[in-house]
Design a binder for this molecule. Sequence first.
Ligand code: PLP
Length: 391
Amino acid sequence: MSRFVYADNAATTPVSREVIEAMQPCFTDVWGNPSSQHAKGAEAKNMLDDARARIAAVFNCKPSEIYFTSCGTESDNWAIRGAAYRARAKGRTHIVTSAIEHHAVLHTCKALEKEGFTVTYVGVDEFGVVKLDELREAVTEKTAVVAIMYANNEVGTIEPIEEIANIAHAAGALMFTDAVQAVGNVDIDLEKLPVDMLSVSGHKIHAPKGIGLLYIRKGVVINNLIEGGGQEKRKRPGTENLPYIVGLAKALEVAKARLPELDRVRKMRDRLIDALTEIPYSRLNGHRTDRLAGNVNVGFEFIEGESMLLWLDIAGICVSTGSACSSESLEASHVLLAMGVPHEQAHGSVRISITHENTEEEIDYIIEQLPPIVERLRNMSPLWEDVVKNK
Ligand code: PLP
C-alpha cells in the first residue's frame, strides 16, 4: 500500500475545510464589489470590514492598521521599499537586514542598492540567531528601516525581535519583521511587540495562495508600491480579493486557537530531531529550542539533499532541501552558509516541516524510511568510501 506523508508545510499548506467553508459564500452570494454604492456592494463591504476586524483581534491591533496584499512577497517589498523611499527625503538612505532573510527581502534590498541605498547584511551565529552586537553597530541615524525576519523559513530559528526593534528605534529607524513563518507558531500581540510593520502570508497557515497582509502601525507612513483607486485607504489600490481575505481571517483565527496544540507538534519535531541526528555524520541546523514548533532541518555529510528528496518522494514523503523558492537553483542555501555550515554539509541538508495535521505514525514512517536512504546514497558516494576505508 502506498503511503503519503506531507511534511513540507513551510513551503505551503493545504487549504483547511474551515477556510473553504468560510470563503464559500463569497463565490456564490457575497460577490459584490466592496466599493460599489449599492446593496450588493454594501454586503461585500460589511464582510470585508468584519474580516479586517477579526484579523485585528487576532493580532491585538487596530483594524485600520491592516492592509491586504497579494502575498508575503508583496508585503515584504512594500514595507522595505515604502519605508526606504519615504525616509530618503529625510536623508536616511541606509537599510539594515540580515544575511538569512527570505529572497523577498534580500532581493528587494539588492534592488534598492542599485537605486543608491546602502544596505548592511548583518551576520548570524552558528544557530542562525542575528548577531546583536553587529546589528547595534550597523544601525545609525542614516538608517531608514531595519528588516529582520521573525523566524527563519529554512532552519526555523526564532529571532529576538523585541530587542532588535529597540535597537532600531533608538536610532530613529523603522522596524519591519517578516512574520510569514512565525504566524501560527508564535502568539503575536502587536500592542506589546514594538514593530512598525509586519508581513503575513495566507498559504503558510491553511488559507489559499495569493493573499497576504502588511500591518502598518498607526502613525507610520510609507510610500505606495502601486497607484490606483481608493482601496485600503489609497495605500494599496486594487479591488479587494474578498474570498481570500475572508479565508485569511478564518485561517488566522483557527491558527491562534490551535496555538496550545503546538506542544504536541514540538514533541513530534524533537522525536524526529533525536532520531535523525543519531545517524553518523549528521547535524541539526538551527537552534535546538528557539525554533519553530514544526521545523526540522538536518544535514547529512557525503550526500546531496536533492537525491535524498527524490528517494523520500518515492517513499511518499514530501520534504524540501531549503526554501521552495530557491530549491530550483541547486545552489547551497544562503542561510546555512551564513551560519557557517561548510558547503558540503549545506548541500546534504533536508528540511522537514510538520504541523498539527501530522500524526505520530507519520513521524514513525519518516524515521523508518530516512536512515536507509542516507545509507544507500552514502554507499554510492566515493567520499563515503574513503571514510569507511580510513576507519
Ligand atoms: N517570507 C518568508 C519567510 C517565507 O517563508 C515566504 C515564503 O516561503 C515568503 C516571505 C513569501 O511569501 P509568499 O509565498 O506569500 O509570497
